[in-house]
Design a protein around this ligand. Structure first.
Ligand code: FAD
Length: 360
């Protein structure tokens, strides 16, 4: 192969779109059972109307396809994969599924990709690799003393089954992002009690549609990209953008639930212990504390983890010519992934044509 794209979520597909003329010299590999990237795994109650806006991928409009046309009441896990499947078909983006790439190595300038047993393609060689594997498979794991002692249930964002599973329960929701607030809004109808814990309460932006909101968004993306190119830990997006005052956030405020408690210092068998020694008894804890990039398959290349020296400049992994990340850092939204895809494809072409312009 000339180019292997690992991951066929929105980021991988947008890059593949710009490289589709490579035909059989382009491989797109995806671990999932079907089209849609992580969207197919979102919790059932996350409707399109409850997400941020989804920006169309390059070339979608030309097909008469748009996320905007999907009814806002549809679950995102059905609507988004439906649109992405049409996009793949219409542009002839042949995605090999399921192929979970477990190991990438490199010999004499050629990458060797090895996949998990049972994958549709067991092994593949390619001159360029674009890894677009997202974060969904890497929810941050909580670290707090006593975590194994707690006798209630604990789950992370990807495991959230919907509010119905928490009927009558006392639920602690931990995290300062949109997912945490969305969970609380849903739980308000079913749980008997809800308590919100977060390290830093997010700023609530009263007028999210303003120029200021857009400027904050741009600044957050720029901060992510600056950290990525310097090899520093990626800053939190929400700490830069704040949380827009959407209808669910308004409802939480009206219910008095927008009051954040400091993080528990430990868990006891029955609940969450605060620094003053008091315990809030809970039946369940939802850890909505964010995600890490899924990069394990690149470790055999010696690629360090985010914040441990991994430097990524405009998608190119420093010191590893031919290796790119898509959907990483400032590219982690539909709009930014779509915008960045053209440049990623251009770097791939230039590299294949012999360019040595690569961050060292
Ligand atoms: P993913 O969608 O995660 O796709 C990665 C693909 O790679 C998957 O198909 C996976 O199976 C595959 N993969 C992973 N590892 C391997 C491997 N080793 N080998 C082969 N394949 C692999 N953004 C917006 O712009 N608007 C929104 O409204 C919005 N809402 C969001 C709501 C939630 C709850 C979350 C978590 C994020 C949201 N985002 C939103 C952010 C972002 O758009 C999504 O996270 C999006 O899914 C990221 O796309 P991606 O292509 O980078 O990764």
């Amino acid at each position: 192969m000339d180019v292997a794209v690992i991951g066929a979520g929105q980021a991988g597909l947008a890059v593949a779109f710009h490289l589709r003329d490579l035909g059989a010299r382009l491989a797109v590999l995806d671990a999932g059972p079907t089209a849609g990237g992580a969207w197919q795994h979102r919790w059932p109650s996350l409707t399109l109307g409850r997400t941020h806006r989804l920006a169309d991928l390059p070339g979608m409009r030309e097909l008469g396809l748009s996320f905007d046309d999907a009814p806002s009441g549809l679950p995102a896990r059905d609507a988004v994969p439906g649109v992405l499947a049409q996009y793949e078909r219409a542009y002839g983006l042949l995605v090999a599924r399921p192929v979970r790439v477990t190991r990438v190595t490199r010999t004499q300038g050629v990458f060797l990709l090895e996949a998990a047993p049972g994958s549709a393609v067991p092994v593949l060689e390619s001159r360029v690799v674009v890894s677009a594997t997202g974060t969904w498979t890497r929810p941050r794991q909580p670290v707090v003393p006593g975590i194994d002692m707690f006798q209630g249930s604990q789950l992370t964002t990807p495991e959230y089954p919907g509010a119905g599973a928490f009927a009558g329960m006392r639920v602690a929701v931990i995290g300062g992002g949109l997912s945490a607030l969305g969970f609380m809004d849903e739980l308000a109808g079913t749980a008997s009690e809800i308590r919100w814990y977060t390290r830093r309460p997010p700023q609530i932006i009263e007028d999210a549609s303003s120029e200021l909101g857009l400027a904050r968004g741009r600044a957050a993306v720029a901060a992510q990209d600056a950290a990525a190119s310097a090899g520093l830990p990626l800053p939190s997006i929400v700490s830069a953008t704040g949380i827009p005052l959407t209808p669910p956030v308004r409802r939480l405020r009206a219910r008095g639930l927008l009051h954040a408690h400091p993080m528990p210092v430990r868990l006891s068998p029955v609940g969450l212990v605060s620094s003053d020694g008091t315990t809030w008894e809970a039946d369940a804890i939802i850890w909505a504390i964010g995600f890490e990039p899924a990069l394990d398959h690149l470790r055999p290349l010696g690629v360090p983890g985010t914040g441990s020296g991994l430097r990524v400049d405009k998608g190119r992994v420093a010191g590893m010519p031919g290796l790119m990340l898509a959907g990483y850092a400032g590219q982690a939204s539909t709009i930014s992934a779509s915008r960045a895809a053209r440049a990623t494809a251009a770097f791939a072409r230039a590299y294949l044509a012999g360019s040595t312009d690569w961050p060292v």
